[in-house]
Design a protein around this ligand. Structure first.
Ligand SMILES: [Zn+2]
Length: 92
């Protein structure tokens, strides 16, 4: 008997992330250290999720303002503020 697995088509090509997972991965994404399926998954999510796309733009802009520092050097306060701004707008 064939086992029923939903959405098998896309699973091996691009990883799917929830918005929360995506936020956690943005730093790695900007550093270009994700593996290919994750990297493509983040990009795919950003292209179809308005909230995360806007958050990503804000995240990148903030890093630029701070003077091209690597994202991991982002002060914890700035990161927290972005996170909570994102969560508020996202409704939880
Ligand atoms: Zn999202």
């Amino acid at each position: 008997m064939k086992r029923f697995i939903p959405e098998t088509r896309a699973v091996n090509v691009v990883k799917r992330f929830t918005c929360d997972e995506l936020v956690e991965l943005l730093t790695a994404y900007l550093e270009d250290v994700l593996d290919r399926p994750s990297h493509d998954g983040v990009r795919a999510h950003l292209s179809c999720c308005e909230h995360c796309e806007r958050y990503f733009e804000q995240f990148r802009a903030t890093i630029r303002v701070l003077g091209d520092q690597p994202p991991e050097k982002l002060p914890a306060g700035v990161r927290d503020r972005l996170m909570s701004a994102f969560r508020e707008r996202h409704g939880g």
